[in-house]
Design a protein around this ligand. Structure first.
Ligand code: C2E
Ligand code: MG
Ligand code: MG
Length: 690
């Protein structure tokens, strides 16, 4: 608009200059014409002057010759009446004024004016100019004698009517021409101004408006909320092209935006919301609930022993399990017709459900039960059945906490308590749990340095040969006498040690101590063995063969007297590495036993691949061997299978004679349990050997 206005102003300026030029040239034409007319007028004046001076010279000849000065004077006065005549001078041969028309005071004086000289010499009528005055002098001749002269002074004066009449059509023509010019230039200017305005309007409507609209849309766009653009699809020009390109670009950006948000906000494996989006959702829900005083529950679901699936069946199978479970969880929520329910995958095997219902406590308990039941149902993976469990922690808003962060922490704590309570169950968060977590942290602190302070000791539980009922060895079991808490059960502190990594140094100490103690035992001709529990972490670190070698060297214990107890999980974490390590250990003569056999789900097939010398049937089977025919059948099968592979079978947790009898009948090689003897001090055990 500024450019258009500036152009218009320049145009106005040019027109103004043009008008000014035109006006001054008109003035010039008129001036020149005037001057030309004046010249013409002068010429005719000279002619008239000459005629009049000749006429006067002739008339005064005789009176002058006769000395009739009154007659001369009368003639001079007569002539001066003519309009253009300003003065009349009659002079004698000497230049003395004889008569002066109008001014008698001059008479008798000599002529002194600048033209006097030429007037005196004039032989013919002569015109001469002084300023705007014409002075025509003629000689007065009488009887062929020059007796004097006359001078007639005439004024050029104002333009005559004739002159004006001549000039009038020119002026008229010039005026009309300039009026015509003015009119047309004003019309032209108006047209140009109109055109400018039209250009501005058009520019605004067709170009600036759409561009401004684009700018406005861009400015109003919020990230993640690009609204679809309404554009004129039929527009053919560059702006139409630009709008379409912009619209396409915007659609592309919106799509990328959606993709990125989807990627950032969903878990790629299960398609569920991820931690980030769940956190946003939770914050959002809490905000509305704060206002509406509603209730909400968070269910923190953690699969039990999911690691074993990954370790034994591979990560692909693990992924498959997770996505199948995600589908199941979604279906449960649908079944519960949960309003405002949402589910997210939080990490590896953790899911979290946000649930809103009336009577939230009872409702979320029902939901948790359903979740656990659903996860318990066997999953089918490549034709094989996989059994899993889940521990669920529940926390409720507004009873337990107000903020998302605290609620999530509570749910996690409650879930952990469900694990501690034996897994595959749910627990509501309570403030007491916070203390449990604190206790755990405290326990870990206390456990550090406990060995050096002498709080930890090794107890030995004797192991018997079932066939003859004679003692053949013992299992080393770690004990912790806490200065304030008293005896802390291994089921509590071993896990703390495992998770904190303390188990590596503790395990090494137990091994050293157990080997040292066992080296002193003597059972007649037989050398009793010592069986030491090895944690999965010790196996994973890869130092086991060296640690074992050192312990044997330092104690002088024979390698065949040492048995290492490993759980299936420990061995199966990395079957190949474990096999290699165990082979190295076994090559030195040390024996390897699989502990808690039957509780894992690896089955006997792994026994072929992992080199072990024995299996310890878990005490949960032994406990029910008399009551549950299935357990008896399984135990029998394990014994038969192990024997066919040339592997020793040890039964744990024999508490009754009945159990002992059954196991002995089925051919179980060795056994341990309270019926034989509880874990005891090294000295007490040494006393059992004779
Ligand atoms: P485990 O290796 O299966 O050890 C056998 C557990 O069964 C011991 O529990 C033992 O006291 C218990 N037990 C033995 N006979 C009977 C019976 O007749 N009835 C019942 N109910 N229980 C019986 P404890 O000493 O509480 O140890 C628990 C677990 O802690 C052990 O299970 C082992 O996995 C772990 N553990 C103990 N000491 C160590 C250690 O030095 N290193 C490692 N890595 N783990 C250890
Ligand atoms: Mg053991
Ligand atoms: Mg065991």
């Amino acid at each position: 608009m500024c450019v258009v206005v500036a152009l218009l102003l320049i145009l106005f300026g040019l027109f103004a200059i043009f008008w000014q030029r035109e006006y001054s040239s008109h003035q010039q034409v008129i001036q020149l014409s005037n001057a030309a007319l004046r010249e013409l007028a002068k010429d005719s004046l000279i002619e008239r002057g000459k005629r009049m001076s000749e006429q006067l010279a002739r008339a005064v000849g005789e009176p002058m010759a006769n000395g009739d000065s009154a007659g001369v004077s009368d003639m001079a006065h007569e002539m001066i009446r003519h309009a253009q005549i300003r003065y009349i001078i009659v002079f004698d041969r000497n230049g003395t004024i004889v008569a002066a028309g109008g001014d008698s005071r001059q008479v008798g004086k000599p002529m002194v004016d600048p033209l006097a000289e030429r007037a005196l010499q004039a032989v013919h009528p002569t015109g001469q100019w002084a300023n705007d005055m014409l002075d025509v002098a003629s000689p007065v001749v009488y009887a062929r004698q020059r007796i004097g002269g006359v001078r007639v002074g005439m004024a050029v004066g104002e333009p005559t009517d004739t002159q004006s009449q001549i000039l009038q059509p020119i002026t008229r023509h010039l005026d009309s021409a300039s009026r015509w010019h003015h009119r047309w230039s004003i019309a032209l200017l108006a047209m140009v101004a109109l055109l400018g305005a039209a250009v501005v309007v058009l520019l605004e409507w067709r170009i600036l408006g759409p561009i401004r609209q684009l700018g406005r849309i861009m400015a109003e766009d919020k990230p993640g909320q690009l609204q679809p653009l309404e554009i004129d699809e039929d527009r053919e020009d560059e702006i139409g092209e630009l709008m379409r390109a912009f619209s396409r670009m915007r659609a592309g950006v919106a799509k990328h935006d959606r993709d990125i948000r989807r990627m950032a906000y969903t878990d790629p494996l299960t398609g569920l919301a991820n931690r980030l989006s769940f956190r946003e959702l939770l914050d959002d829900r809490l905000l509305t609930l704060h206002a509406s005083s509603g209730e909400l529950a968070l269910l923190f679901i953690d699969l039990d022993d999911f690691k074993r699936v990954n370790d034994t069946l591979g990560h692909e199978a693990g992924d498959e399990v997770l996505s199948q479970l995600a589908t199941r969880l979604r279906l449960i929520l649908e079944r519960f017709q949960a309003r405002g329910a949402d589910i997210a995958r939080f990490g590896g095997d953790e899911f979290i459900v946000l649930y809103m219902a009336d009577d939230i406590r009872a409702a979320s308990a029902r939901l948790a039960e359903a979740v656990i039941e659903e996860i318990e149902r066997p999953l089918v993976l490549g034709g094989k059945q996989v059994f899993l469990g889940a521990s669920v922690g529940i926390t409720m808003f507004p009873f337990d906490a107000y903020h998302a962060g605290q609620l999530l922490k509570n749910a996690d704590i409650a879930m952990y308590q469900a694990k501690v309570a034996g897994k595959n169950c749910y627990r509501f968060y309570s403030r007491a749990m916070d203390q449990a977590v604190e206790r755990r942290v405290q326990l870990e602190q206390d456990l550090r340095g406990a060995w050096d302070r002498g709080e930890l000791s090794v107890a030995y539980q004797p192991i018997y040969t079932l066939a003859d009922g004679r003692i053949c060895g013992a299992e080393a079991l770690l004990r912790w006498q806490h200065p304030h808490l008293g005896m802390v059960p291994p089921s509590v502190f071993i896990e703390v040690a495992e998770q904190s990594g303390l188990i590596e140094s503790l395990g090494r100490n137990v091994l050293e101590r157990a080997c040292g103690d066992a080296a002193r035992w003597q059972n007649g001709a037989l050398r009793p063995f010592i069986s030491v529990n090895i944690s999965p972490r010790q196996l994973r670190s890869g130092e086991l063969p060296d640690v074992v070698g050192n312990a044997l060297r330092n104690s002088g214990l024979l390698p065949q007297q040492l048995h290492l107890e490993l759980t299936e999980t420990a061995v199966l974490v990395d079957e190949a590495q474990a096999s290699a390590l165990l082979s190295r250990v076994r090559a030195t003569g040390v024996k390897v036993w699989l502990d808690d056999f039957g509780t894992g789900f690896s089955g006997l097939s792994h026994l072929r691949r992992v080199p072990v010398d024995g299996v310890k049937i878990d005490r949960s089977f032994v406990a029910d061997v008399l009551r549950d025919p299935d357990d008896l059948a399984l135990t029998t099968a394990i014994i038969a299978m192990a024997h066919s592979l040339g592997i020793t079978v040890v039964a744990e947790g024999i508490e009754t004679e009945g159990q002992y009898d059954v196991l002995r009948e089925r051919g179980c090689d060795q056994g341990q349990g309270f019926w034989f003897g509880r874990p005891m001090s090294a000295a007490d055990l040494a006393a059992k050997f004779v």
